[in-house]
Design a protein around this ligand. Structure first.
Ligand code: SAM
Length: 276
């Protein structure tokens, strides 16, 4: 199933030492994470993020999206549950307001931000965080979130197949967490939390790797892989991943796995009257 679970292993896996990132996590952040730029740039573009905006990124992880929003001139803040990922985000964006904390209790006053984003940070298991997004946004403030879409129907579904080596209850839990991408579910949720003009958009997401071995090593450092590795052991996981990827090697081109990602755009009402 899709990368990313609601704990410190996040999108980007295990191997986090007590004092910082382990080699697997560093490899993932530098070799795989840049592929997410497609997603970040597309959503910022749809939200028309610019220098007038105070932007909050929730579950910001290592802060690459924040770095890109700063390039558009926005004044940025971010929050994540992982101190180690926030340390990376601070290293990337020293002038941003970056905090360790819980998305269900945002440590900012009401109406602080013009824009709030979350990239694969809101899950079927964390919908109540949307009340906090609403609270910290100004009236008329814009929200943009991405969630996994129809993964099984994605051209690159093969790249996530090794996660199914996890124990059956873990696989079922991963499936439940991605329910927000189903047609109508995100729209209903955002409306229920008081957002208006809810729009569903397609957001690009693609992984690229030079070869099956690199793909397998990167995949092994992700959160869902942790559960699969626990079940079958790392050598068997790597072997299965390499075998899967070999079937998708293309002469003279990188391995490429496009995964369906859904974006939701909406805004808070301008007035009490509009919210009725
Ligand atoms: C799938 S990752 C996405 C990270 C980042 N948005 C990105 O684009 O790579 C999910 C993130 O949610 C964070 N997280 C999980 N539960 C959280 C919570 N209750 N409050 C804040 N962050 C949380 C994890 O630490 C992880 O960094």
């Amino acid at each position: 199933m899709a990368p990313g679970v609601g704990d410190e292993r996040g999108t980007v896996g295990l191997a986090v030492g007590r004092r910082g990132l382990g080699p697997a996590r560093r490899r993932l952040l530098t070799l795989s994470e840049p592929a997410n730029c497609r997603e970040y740039v597309a959503l910022h573009h749809r939200l028309r993020v610019d220098q007038a905006d105070r932007l909050l990124d929730v579950a910001c992880g290592s802060g690459l999206a924040i770095e890109l929003a700063r390039l558009r001139g926005a004044t940025c803040a971010g929050i994540d549950a992982s101190p180690r990922l926030i340390a990376v985000a601070r290293d990337r964006s020293p002038d941003a307001d970056l905090r360790v904390g819980d998305m269900h209790a945002l440590p900012w006053a009401d109406h602080t931000f013009d824009v709030a984003t979350s990239f694969r940070g809101i899950w079927g298991t964390t919908p109540d965080a949307l009340a906090e997004f609403h609270r910290v946004l100004v009236p008329g403030g814009r929200i943009g979130i991405t969630v996994w879409g129809h993964i099984k129907a994605s051209a690159g579904a093969w790249a996530l197949a090794p996660f199914r080596l996890a124990a059956e209850p873990k696989v079922a839990n991963q499936a439940a967490m991605v329910a927000l991408g189903r047609p109508g579910v995100g729209e209903e949720l955002l409306t229920r939390y008081g957002f208006v003009e809810v729009e569903r958009v397609r957001i690009p997401f693609a992984w690229e790797f030079p070869d099956p071995e690199t793909y397998a090593r990167v995949l092994a450092a992700t959160g869902p892989a942790y559960e699969a590795v626990q079940q079958v052991g790392e050598p068997a996981f790597l072997e299965a991943a390499i075998e899967t990827a070999r079937q998708h090697v293309r002469e003279g081109l990188p391995l490429r796995a496009e995964i369906d990602l859904v974006g939701y755009l909406a805004r808070t009402p301008q007035s009490v009257k509009e919210s009725r």
